[in-house]
Ligand binder design. Structure first.
Ligand code: 0O2
Length: 239
């Protein structure tokens, strides 16, 4: 099996770029389909939908170049494949924090995906307040004459975490990474509120589920007692 870097060595630069992008796009399709299937299975078996929505994206050339420069690497296709892990990115948005770990474990159990790294920014939030669960996986892309392992970054987060991250991302870019301290502090405070909201929503959901379970149990009990009454009548034991 090849890594993407080895797969492109025999082409010139333009072909290299096209080949690399073809591989990353294929990897996105593979991972995206796997996640859709997991979600459909969950809906079918448990009548529950852990994924609110799935977003996929390929990092723009500008953003790749910026990141390479930020890391201090020369801009080259080889360095981009070697050092930029999130060229192909999938974002999974869930309702509850518990869904995040459930999905992460289901992804980790897929035998053809190799989990390269995990960054749990939910247990260990970034200084900015950023929370999300990142999995870097490698997926085999089956070509006509070879198999190429290609990296995809999967970010899993709740709707509330996603709301915060999108807004913070915009602000970060607006100030080019140098936001005034009071704005950064406000954002960290908002991140705490987001965590509180996530916790509240999860415990509310657990309450709702427990009420539903109780109702179902009472319904079954009523049905059973009705059947028993009818049987007794049939057998002439009824009062
Ligand atoms: P963009 O524009 O979203 O693509 P690595 O080389 O992978 O080890 P990296 O890239 O710092 O190091 O990895 P990390 O920490 O997993 O972050 C990758 C991505 O997570 C970022 O990509 C963001 O999308 C998101 N992210 C990380 N930290 C923050 C944060 O503080 N705020 C927000 N809003 N998003 C964050 P890019 O390329 O930085 O940005």
């Amino acid at each position: 099996m090849q890594e993407a870097r080895e797969a492109i060595q025999n082409y010139d630069d333009v072909d290299n770029w096209k080949t690399v992008m073809f591989l990353y796009n294929s990897a996105l399709k593979e991972v995206g389909t796997k996640l859709e299937i997991l979600n459909d299975e969950f809906k079918h078996v448990h009548s529950y939908n852990p994924i609110e929505h799935i977003k996929t994206r390929i990092k723009t050339p500008e953003s790749i170049v910026k990141k390479l420069k930020r890391y201090g690497y020369e801009v080259s296709i080889d360095n981009m494949i070697r050092y930029i892990n999130d060229i192909a990115g999938v974002r999974l948005i869930c309702s509850f924090t518990s869904d995040i770990y459930r999905l992460a474990s289901m992804i980790g159990n897929q035998s053809d995906l190799k989990v390269l790294t995990i960054k749990d920014y939910i247990k260990n939030p970034k200084e900015s307040g950023y929370k999300s669960y990142h999995m870097l996986v490698s997926v085999p892309i089956f070509l006509s004459d070879s198999v190429v392992n290609t990296k995809v970054e999967i970010q899993i987060r709740t709707i509330a975490m996603d709301f915060w991250a999108s807004l913070e991302h915009k602000i970060y870019y607006k100030f080019e990474g140098n936001a005034p301290e009071y704005i950064s502090k406000e954002l960290r405070d908002c991140a705490d509120m987001v965590s509180m909201l996530d916790e509240k929503m999860l415990s509310l959901n657990n309450e709702i589920l427990s009420c539903q379970r109780q109702k179902t149990i009472e319904g079954i009990k009523e049905e059973v007692s009705e059947v028993t009454k009818q049987d007794a009548e049939k057998l002439g034991f009824a009062d």
